[in-house]
Design a protein around this ligand. Sequence first.
Ligand SMILES: *[C@@H]1O[C@H](CO)[C@@H](O)[C@H](O)[C@H]1NC(C)=O
Ligand SMILES: *[C@@H]1O[C@H](CO)[C@@H](O)[C@H](O)[C@H]1NC(C)=O
Ligand SMILES: *[C@@H]1O[C@H](CO)[C@@H](O)[C@H](O)[C@H]1NC(C)=O
Ligand SMILES: *[C@@H]1O[C@H](CO)[C@@H](O)[C@H](O)[C@H]1NC(C)=O
Ligand SMILES: *[C@@H]1O[C@H](CO)[C@@H](O)[C@H](O)[C@H]1NC(C)=O
Ligand SMILES: *[C@@H]1O[C@H](CO)[C@@H](O)[C@H](O)[C@H]1NC(C)=O
Ligand SMILES: *[C@@H]1O[C@H](CO)[C@@H](O)[C@H](O)[C@H]1NC(C)=O
Ligand SMILES: *[C@@H]1O[C@H](CO)[C@@H](O)[C@H](O)[C@H]1NC(C)=O
Ligand SMILES: *[C@@H]1O[C@H](CO)[C@@H](O)[C@H](O)[C@H]1NC(C)=O
Length: 897
Amino acid sequence: MALLCFHAHCCNSILLCLGSGFPYVACSFLGGNETDRLALLAFKAEITADPLGALNTWNESIHFCQWLGVTCGRRHQRVTAIYLDHQKLSGPISLHIGNLSFLRELSLHNNSLSHQIPPEVGRLQRLQVLFLGNNSFSGEIPPNISACTNLVNLEIFGNRFEGKIPVELGSLFKLEVLDVAKNELTGGIPSALGNLSSLIGLNVFDNRIGGSIPIALGRLTNLEHLQLAVNRLVGTIPFSIFNLSSLSLFIVLENQIRGSLPSGLGNTLPNLHFFEVGGNFLSGPIPVSISNATKLFHIGLLFNRFSGKVPPLEKLHDLQRLILAQNHLGIGEADDLSFLTSLTNTSNMIHLNLADNDFGGMLPDTISNLSINLHYLNLQRNKIVGSIPTGIGNLVNLQALRLLGNHFTSTIPADLGKLDKLQILSLSSKLHGSIPSSLGKCKMLAELRLDRNNLTGNLRNVEELDVSENMLVGNVPSDLGSCVKLRLLYMEGNKLWGILPSSLSKLRGVVPKKGIFGNATAVFVLGNKKLCGGLALVVLCFLYLCWPKKITKVSSFRFLENSFMKLSYQSLHKATDSFSPANLIGVGSFGSVYKGVIDQGKKVVAVKVLNLHFRGAAKSFIAECKALKMIKHRNLVKILTACSSIDFHGNDFKALVYEFMVNGSLKEWLHQNGNEYDGHKELRNLSLLQRLNIAIDVASALDYLHHHCLKPIVHCDLKPSNVLLDDEMVGHVGDFGLARFLPEELWQSSSIGIRGSVGYAAPEYGMGNEVSTFGDVYSYGILILEIFTRKRPTDNAFNDSATLHNFAKMALPEQGASIADPTLFQQSENGEASSGINKTTNQNSIEGQRIEECLISILKVGITCSEELLRDRPAMNEVVAQLHVIKNTLLGGITAL
Ligand SMILES: *[C@@H]1O[C@H](CO)[C@@H](O)[C@H](O)[C@H]1NC(C)=O
Ligand SMILES: *[C@@H]1O[C@H](CO)[C@@H](O)[C@H](O)[C@H]1NC(C)=O
Ligand SMILES: *[C@@H]1O[C@H](CO)[C@@H](O)[C@H](O)[C@H]1NC(C)=O
Ligand SMILES: *[C@@H]1O[C@H](CO)[C@@H](O)[C@H](O)[C@H]1NC(C)=O
Ligand SMILES: *[C@@H]1O[C@H](CO)[C@@H](O)[C@H](O)[C@H]1NC(C)=O
Ligand SMILES: *[C@@H]1O[C@H](CO)[C@@H](O)[C@H](O)[C@H]1NC(C)=O
Ligand SMILES: *[C@@H]1O[C@H](CO)[C@@H](O)[C@H](O)[C@H]1NC(C)=O
Ligand SMILES: *[C@@H]1O[C@H](CO)[C@@H](O)[C@H](O)[C@H]1NC(C)=O
Ligand SMILES: *[C@@H]1O[C@H](CO)[C@@H](O)[C@H](O)[C@H]1NC(C)=O
């Protein structure tokens, strides 16, 4: 299809004409603004590298509103948004950007853009979103960004900004998110930020910001996320911060903060969800009131100077991670660990680390009643006495159990053999007796440290065995020979003799070089005098590993670096009125959708609760959601946030939160009458123009997903219920990208119905073909036919051979638009046809013929898209171009009259 174009500078508009290969030759004036076009060209001119060809479409042959990444207002054809994320663009941002006076969103996240942000950005009075994260911008943050008084999101993390956070930013009263994480900012946090009365999130993570936390931040009554980690903050946490009752995430990890926590903390911060103050100089007791902050999910106090007894935590039902290691907690008394009993109702607990404290007394038997979900339990280097409770074997999901460096004096409970997911077990202590053979059942065990005990016995299925400094006597257990997975063996300091099992020779030379073993000090230790090398040629070289005494590098907490805010299960539970059926607005292949209200009733959202019951789905979920959130297009339903949590029954809970579309789905508009009021059914009718606009909206969204994202994104389930309409009846495609949450295996089996819905799924999917963008084109074709005929592909009239596609194909061209939805031709009372075209003429007029021809062209597009053979279907960018021409013909003709 050849596009033949002229450009008319003088009249501020572009004449778009279409040549052969298409039924129409249409010409039309599109609105536009020369200033915007020049500014965009100036932007392009400054880009020094565009390896992905993102700006290839930015040329004279098409109107700038159709350039990749450019969004215009429908009425004025002024540039309202630029989205060019992930395009590997290099070079500076042109100062002419300041001429795009209608710009509301500038999103250039994750490119290689450099130099300073031009101060002209301050001229963008309408700017709401400035998203420049993960680039190479340098210099100072221009203070006159503060002139963008409508700014809501200012996200410039991951650059090389230096200097101070401008005080002037304090005047951005609408600012909700300020994210300057991962830069080289110095100076302090300006007190003026306390004036940002709308601020919800402040992130200065990983800079070189010094000074103290301003008291003025205590005025940010809407603040939910305060992320100050990895800086050089000194002083104490101002009391005012502890009065921010909406605060849900508070992180000051790795600073130089002193002082203690206020006793009322749990009462004044009722919404606290994530509390991380590790790596500071905080001291004093853990406030007893902490148990009143019942939403707590993470408590991180690692590497501070907290002391005293740990208070009972029984109200923290949602707690998943309790990290108290490397403090001075416990007073060496018998009931030091009684708080563990209070955690037995905390059924979501996954990670419990009490290492390197002064906890004394015995390990309470109730430890066996801790959450079954517990993966990690570390009590090492405390002063715990007595025996290891046998019930510990109930914690069947434990992957790491570290008890070394205590004063346990018992046998190793055979129960430990029940922990068949255990990978790390360290028990070095004063244990005696035999090593229970049941330990051999711990099939995943990769590290076992039993040194400095008085143990005897044998083991299997162990990759690394440390029985050094024990009282192992007698023959080297021949069973060791069956430890086929054994990679490392420490047995120095025993009284072993005899002949080494021949299979041990497999150990020779196996010296791991990676990870924590990277700095192993190699020592040849065979401290068992009587142990003879029975195998003449075997020289056993064992390693004594310097166990890393260093604390886990606290910076590994950087997982919260992003501003992608997660909502908790509880908040969504509340937002949807406990997922009440009254709020259920749809059920789809991926899950159910509920209407919900968040932000204290201020924001209506759609909450999609996903049913992802497969392994692997969990791991990548948030990362994938972040990636999905970056996929922005005016015709895609916007993802606001995601939630990955555990519900009140302990089941995995995953949800995506979308902006709410007031006009519901296209399905309702095509096939359902509106609500019944007083017995009258409100007739929902879409005009021809509305339908065409929606068809273009959907096509544009697919074009974007297929051709303008980093990797093509196949929707896989396009159908009218997935097309949602906003208050202006603009179409937005929903459920995009969800296919990526499904593991590969599931794609192989078509039975699950995830390759689309009956009637809309491409025929090749039924034959087990791989999913492709052409599958979406097929579904789109069916969708078009449905929109304009108002017949469903699943209607009883259709079957295997008599499909909607064939029905339309046979009708054209002779029967013309007779198959089109008859309501499109009905005159309404005021003389206006529901085609939406303001005409007074009847069907026989030129005007009527034009509409009919238009309909035929549209149906043809639908037919071509839903061709049986993949290669006969067009790509979505061609479809978008064709539909625009049809629309221009329709409108052009009308205006010409
Ligand atoms: C285009 O935009 C500029 C800057 O906002 C404005 O001065 C000019 O009047 C606009 N021109 C048209 C034709 O709308
Ligand atoms: C942007 O506006 C300035 C001042 O109004 C003008 O001098 C400049 O030429 C404009 N830039 C472009 C690319 O049109
Ligand atoms: C201009 O953009 C059109 C539409 O994307 C593209 O087909 C064409 O190759 C581009 N022309 C040039 C000279 O880059
Ligand atoms: C950033 O962009 C690069 C290059 O386009 C891409 O490989 C990478 O996946 C992007 N990162 C994210 C987090 O999207
Ligand atoms: C940042 O950009 C680099 C290079 O384009 C990319 O590899 C990386 O994934 C990006 N990270 C994020 C968080 O966007
Ligand atoms: C916890 O909250 C309850 C109810 O509000 C209150 O009575 C109690 O004093 C609080 N506990 C502490 C230690 O502040
Ligand atoms: C091991 O047992 C021996 C003899 O029974 C005893 O002398 C020694 O103190 C014990 N070692 C430890 C670490 O308990
Ligand atoms: C091992 O540690 C020593 C001393 O701390 C250090 O000099 C050396 O670079 C380290 N080697 C590796 C491979 O990390
Ligand atoms: C239709 O045209 C008439 C006359 O030009 C005008 O008064 C009326 O507002 C128009 N209606 C619509 C819906 O545009």
